[in-house]
Design a protein around this ligand. Structure first.
Ligand code: AP5
Length: 214
C-alpha cells in the first residue's frame, strides 16, 4: 500500500503516519525527518536544508525530489510506504506520479488531515520532538511517559527551531500557497481521502483505518 499524508504543518501527519506504518508494516518516510537527520549529522544536504527550514520556507525541489525518489527505490519499499511531508508542491507531485508510472506503479491513497489554522498554532507550541529517532509528542495531548525524555530512545526532547510562533505562521502561509493545491491534484486523481484532524489522535487513526481496511 502506497500512501501520501497531506495537511498543514502540525495537522498530525507525522503522528498518524507512524501509526499507519506500524499497523501495515510499511516504512514511514518523512522528508522533514531526513532533513533533520542531515542537519544533526552536519552534512552538506543538512546545511543547505537548514537555511530554508529555519525561515519556514520549502527546501528547493531540485534537492528534495531526487532524495525522495532514491529513498522509495530502496528494498524496504517493495511492499509500499507512507510518505509524510512529500509531495509539497505540484512539481514534486508530478515527478512522483511520473517516476511511479515509469515503473507501472501508482499511489493508492492521499490522506488529507484537515485542521484549521487557529488550532495549529496552539498544537505546535506544545509539540516536543526527538531529533534522534524522529518521535513526536505533545505536552498535553500525547505526553511522553517521563517529562522531556523520548519513550523510544531515551534522548532529551526539544521544541523544534521551526516551531516558534512566527515561523509557524510563515509555514502556514507557504502551505496555503504551495501545498494546499495538492488536495485538488489528488482529488482529480481519484485517491483523495479527507479526515477531520481536530478529533483526538485515536479517533483520527480509526477514521483512516476505516478507509484503508484491516
Ligand atoms: P516537516 O517535518 O514535514 O514539517 P511539517 O509538514 O510542517 O509537519 P510537522 O512535522 O510540523 O507536523 P505534522 O503534521 O507531522 O504534525 P505532528 O504529527 O507532529 O517539514 C519541516 C520543514 O522541512 C518544512 O517546513 C520544509 O522546510 C522542509 N521540508 C520537508 N519536506 C519538504 C518537501 N517535500 N519539500 C520541501 N521542503 C520540505 O503533530 C503536531 C503536534 O500535534 C504534535 O505535538 C502531536 O503530538 C499533536 N497532535 C497530533 N495529532 C493530534 C490530535 N489529533 N489532537 C491533538 N494533538 C495532536
Amino acid at each position: 500500500m502506497k500512501i501520501i499524508m497531506l495537511g498543514a504543518p502540525g495537522a498530525g501527519k507525522g503522528t498518524q503516519a507512524k501509526k499507519i506504518a506500524e499497523k501495515y508494516e510499511i516504512p514511514h518516510i518523512s522528508t522533514g525527518d531526513i532533513f533533520r537527520a542531515n542537519i544533526k549529522g552536519g552534512t552538506e544536504l543538512g546545511m543547505k536544508a537548514k537555511s530554508y527550514m529555519d525561515q519556514g520556507q520549502l527546501v528547493p525541489d531540485d534537492v528534495t525530489i531526487g532524495m525522495l525518489l532514491d529513498r522509495i527505490s530502496a528494498a524496504d519499499c517493495a511492499n509500499g510506504y507512507v510518505l509524510d511531508g512529500f509531495p509539497r508542491t505540484i512539481p514534486q507531485a508530478e515527478s512522483l506520479t511520473k517516476a511511479l508510472s515509469e515503473r507501472g506503479e501508482k499511489m493508492d491513497y492521499a490522506i488529507d488531515v484537515n485542521v484549521p489554522d487557529e488550532a495549529i498554532v496552539t498544537r505546535m507550541s506544545g509539540r516536543r520532538a526527538c531529533l534522534s529517532c524522529g518521535a513526536t509528542y505533545h505536552i498535553v495531548y500525547n505526553p511522553p511517559k517521563k517529562a522531556d525524555i523520548c519513550d523510544v530512545c531515551g534522548e532529551k526532547l526539544v521544541l523544534r527551531d521551526d516551531d516558534k510562533p512566527e515561523t509557524v505562521q510563515k509555514r502556514l502561509t507557504v502551505y496555503h500557497e504551495q501545498t494546499q493545491p495538492l488536495i485538488a491534484y489528488y482529488k482529480n486523481a481519484g485517491i483523495l481521502v479527507t479526515v477531520d484532524g481536530t478529533k483526538n489522535l485515536n479517533e483520527v487513526f480509526k477514521d483512516i483505518t476505516d478507509v484503508l481496511g484491516a
